[in-house]
Design a binder for this molecule. Structure first.
Ligand code: MGD
Ligand code: MGD
Ligand code: SF4
Ligand code: MO
Length: 802
């Protein structure tokens, strides 16, 4: 049955003629690019690489581990990774690499990585064939569907999906095939607030302006620490180097964070802020701009809707109480506003610190309000929209106007959370599993996610997972979440996949395109991740476990071709679908889908109508990527709002901000907890690599020295952190980087759990900070969990047993 598997490494036919194309002129319908810079290099790609005398070969590959999309130069001997270093010729990252980039070698070789499908019976895992695994899923899913209907099946999609071409191109169909309302993802413990504010203001889910970091004079970062995270919702390889260059050319960097982070240490100014109060600071700054006549809408003036509503809101802002909320002096607030207005080119950027809080959507909105009020939106050196080569809803069709976004089209069963972009907040997952009634979740798929460690109420969720009639995990580890599965399907080896950052290039600080060929073939018994997902799709559709997925893939591709051919204004409008199918080839998998979207995309070759345009073949001939140039102004074409305007003051946001301001400033400020990231870590899942976790302990509680003194605690002593939801005990690390009254514990730890197969992670277990958070605390506008600024009690643990 599975003999029909075709290795994913033979997909691309490189057309010789394209290999030397230079200075391609773009005639994209909604962008004004001058041309592509091609670093032409015929030391070709992936599998085609010629062997050296030592039997090694060197291949280029984009790192799939974080959002920075660094180019890697990988030396292989046969099937084995010998060495990984930064690709100095990569058009975007130019050789930059962080300590994680090279650990794909260790990840690939990790003996704990799951390679064979497994079925769990009680506590015992049995290795099975793919056929048995899919048959078992099909059988049990049918039982659940027949007895309880479609909504009895849920799905949780985790972060690595955003870095995996197979998942990016095949998950959507799988989720759709499930025909369930119960879809959850890591987005609601991450960036959902920004997606909501961007959707409301500009009309699509990823119309998120990024700071034009390479040209700006003044950058304000709220709740982001790119020196550790390498950036997020802003794809900028070597973010630290770009910040340093900004300062070297005389620019200014200001960091707003309750902790004096490494990024703050390298900035011109650090503004400590009380966690969860960014919305007050941002509102106050906007109010100063209006009050003092500093507003300049610049080129945006004709495109801005809602200035009067915004003015009315800002007129109610009381600077003094805003200052008391956020602990930033009024004089500083004023100065920050004046500096922002005075800088020739400035950008405000907010990230996880501004999202994982009750006012996350309002804060995310206000970040862009400041960009607009200071004439920095859509201007070089300001906050700009990327023009990616593929995948972007704001590059498709006729620009300037659209349907906009709608939320709350349906609500969750137990707590009536509104749907946002088709998903429910993950905080509600456990109760949707445990609360009896119609629509109760009885089967769950997790795809590359570890919600037991990553989402609030981890213990509750773990217990809930044990009550499921069917749980299927597609994962590379048997970990804190997948150990609850009945069937574990191993995700494929990273190096066996091709790679293209369909998602992250939509938020890049330059327009770039880079495709990586698979480096190794799938071994006997391995299945490509796209094929796993497609087979699950077929099962969910009721087609059974034995479907010919290759034919199914072709049918789906044909449907996509037909959409393109039928679309008004498409580059291939009216063309013969058979002809395009023939040009896409007959090798199934993500590459021909990508090829279709590249060729019909804004820089595409239109299957011959624009011979100098992009196609997969062109990318294949440019293993270091293609630079499509600096960001370009895109207003009004980028807009997809029904009004054809930028919505500066969406009603729900104004209402939330108004309600927020009616609250009284608390007299006493309790001790609160925030998270943090460490350069050598990656959420919950790279802790099984000794090379990353060895050395000093990372899962420590950072406490300001004065707070430590009040506790009577010395460095290294164990502290119990308690909330109404739970408690953990972690060693204290005294740190004057902390604001007083704020402590910090990283997430993704807590590996001392029975029944997992992560031998290294178990030795560096740490504790799960997410057991401290309740599942009722959300930003109501986005459903995002509140994981920063939560009240905690601290206690020195004197009992040595604990
Ligand atoms: N308290 C607190 N909690 C947080 C955060 C915080 O700041 N504070 N941050 C949140 C954020 S931003 C995020 S994105 C979430 C992440 O939440 P999740 O996505 O749920 O968690 P990860 O730790 O990224 O887990 C990724 C899973 O994918 C698996 N995996 C890795 N590579 C592959 C692959 O190639 N194929 C397959 N099939 N599986 C793979 C890993 O083994 C792991 O099980 O955590 C959130 N949780
Ligand atoms: N090394 C490493 N890199 C990663 C990851 C990782 O786990 N490790 N995860 C990746 C993922 S999934 C994501 S989403 C990105 C996240 O990327 P970033 O957003 O840069 O993430 P952090 O480094 O957690 O920085 C968030 C900062 O917000 C601060 N903060 C907390 N609460 C508040 C608040 O209320 N207001 C303000 N202003 N600041 C606050 C914290 O102190 C912290 O310094 O990183 C990605 N990159
Ligand atoms: S910064 Fe991110 S993309 Fe770059 S090497 Fe490190 S993990 Fe990979
Ligand atoms: Mo994230």
């Amino acid at each position: 049955m599975f003999g029909d598997r075709v290795p994913a490494d033979v997909g691309i036919v490189v057309h010789e003629g394209n290999a030397t194309c230079q200075g391609v002129v773009i005639t994209a319908q909604n962008c004004h690019h001058s041309g592509m810079t091609l670093t032409d290099d015929s030391t070709a790609t992936g599998m085609d690489q010629s062997e050296s005398p030592h039997g090694t070969r060197t291949v280029m590959r984009t790192c799939p581990l974080c959002e920075a999309t660094c180019g890697l130069e990988i030396t292989m001997r046969g099937d084995e990774v010998m060495r990984i270093r930064g690709d100095r010729l990569d058009v975007f990252s130019q050789g930059f690499i962080c300590p994680k980039g090279s650990t794909i070698k260790q990840l690939d070789a990790d003996p704990d990585r799951i390679r064979v499908p497994m079925i769990r019976e009680g506590e015992v895992w049995r290795e099975v064939s793919w056929k048995e695994a899919f048959d078992e899923i099909d059988r049990r899913l049918r039982l659940v569907h027949d007895a309880h209907g479609r909504d009895a099946v849920g799905a949780y999609v985790g972060n690595p999906n955003a870095h995996n071409l197979d998942a990016l191109l095949y998950n959507g169909a799988f989720l759709k095939a499930l025909r369930t309302k119960n879809v959850f993802s890591a987005s609601t413990v991450d960036q959902m607030p920004k997606q909501v504010s961007a959707g409301l203001m500009f009309g699509t889910v990823l119309s998120i302006p990024v700071a034009d970091i390479d040209r700006t004079d003044h950058l304000m970062l709220f709740g982001a620490n790119p020196y550790e995270s390498n950036g997020s919702l802003m794809t900028a390889p070597d973010f630290p180097g770009r910040l340093e260059a900004l300062r070297a050319r005389g620019g200014r960097v200001v960091v707003v964070d309750p902790r004096r982070t490494k990024t703050a240490d390298h900035a011109d100014e650090h503004i400590p802020i009380r966690p969860g109060t960014d919305a007050w600071l941002l509102l106050a700054m906007a109010a100063v701009l209006v009050e003092d006549g500093l507003v300049d809408l610049g080129r945006m003036a004709p495109w801005v809707n809602g200035m009067d509503e915004l003015r009315s809101l800002l007129a109610t802002v009381d600077l003094a109480s805003a200052s008391r909320w956020c602990s930033v002096p009024t004089a500083t607030i004023k100065r920050l506003a004046y500096e922002l207005a005075a800088a020739p080119r400035a950008a405000v950027y907010g990230r996880i610190g501004t999202c994982l809080q009750e006012h996350g959507t309002v804060a995310s909105w206000l970040v862009d309000v400041l960009n607009i009020l200071t004439a920095n939106l859509d201007e070089p050196g300001g906050a700009m929209f990327t023009s990616p080569a593929t995948g972007s809803a704001n590059m498709r069709g006729k620009g300037g106007k659209g349907r906009g976004v709608k939320f709350g089209r349906w609500t969750s069963r137990v707590k009536a959370h509104p749907e946002v972009y088709g998903e429910f907040p993950v905080v509600t997952l456990a109760e949707e599993i445990t609360t009896p009634g119609d629509g109760q979740i009885r089967a769950l798929f997790t795809v590359a996610g570890n919600p037991v460690l990553s989402t609030p109420g981890g213990t509750k969720l773990a217990n809930a997972l044990d009550t499921l009639e069917l749980m299927v995990s597609v994962d590379i580890y048997l970990n804190e979440t997948s150990r609850h599965a009945h069937v574990l399907l191993p995700g494929s080896r990273v190096l066996s996949r091709s790679h293209y950052d369909v998602a992250l290039y939509q938020l890049a600080v330059r327009n770039v395109a880079n495709w990586s060929a698979p480096v190794v073939e799938l071994a006997e018994g391995e299945l490509a991740e796209w094929e796993i997902l497609l087979r699950l799709t077929a099962i969910a559709q009721g087609l059974g476990a034995d479907v010919d997925v290759v034919s199914l893939d072709t049918v789906e591709l044909r449907a996509q071709v037909d959409v393109s051919v039928g679309a008004d204004g498409s580059l291939v409008q009216g063309r013969d679908g058979d002809e395009l199918m023939a040009m896409l080839g007959d090798v199934p998998g993500p590459d021909r889908r990508l090829d279709l979207s590249l060729r019909t995309g804004p820089y595409g070759d239109g299957f011959g109508t624009r011979p100098d345009g992009l196609s997969l073949a062109v990318l294949a001939a440019h293993p270091h990527g293609i630079d499509l140039g600096p960001l370009q102004p895109r207003i009004p074409d980028v807009l997809r709002t029904p009004s054809a305007m930028i919505e500066l003051a969406p009603t729900t946001l104004v209402e939330h901000a108004t309600a927020m301001m009616s609250r009284h400033v608390p007299d006493v400020t309790p001790m609160v907890l925030v998270g943090r990231r460490d350069l050598r870590s990656n959420n919950s899942w790279m802790h099984n690599l000794e090379v990353l976790v060895k050395g000093r302990e990372r899962c420590t509680l950072h406490v300001h020295p004065d707070d430590a003194r009040d506790l009577g605690a010395r460095n290294g002593q164990q502290i119990r952190v308690r909330t109404t939801e739970g408690s953990v005990v972690a060693p204290m690390e005294m740190s004057d980087t902390m604001m007083r009254g704020v402590v910090s514990l990283p997430h993704g730890w807590g590996h001392a759990v029975q029944g997992t197969r992560q031998n290294v992670a178990k030795r560096y277990a740490g504790v799960n900070t997410n057991v401290l958070f309740g599942t009722d605390l959300v930003d109501p506008l986005s459903g995002n969990a509140v994981l920063n600024g939560v009240t905690v009690e601290l206690e020195l643990v004197t009992d040595p047993v604990l």
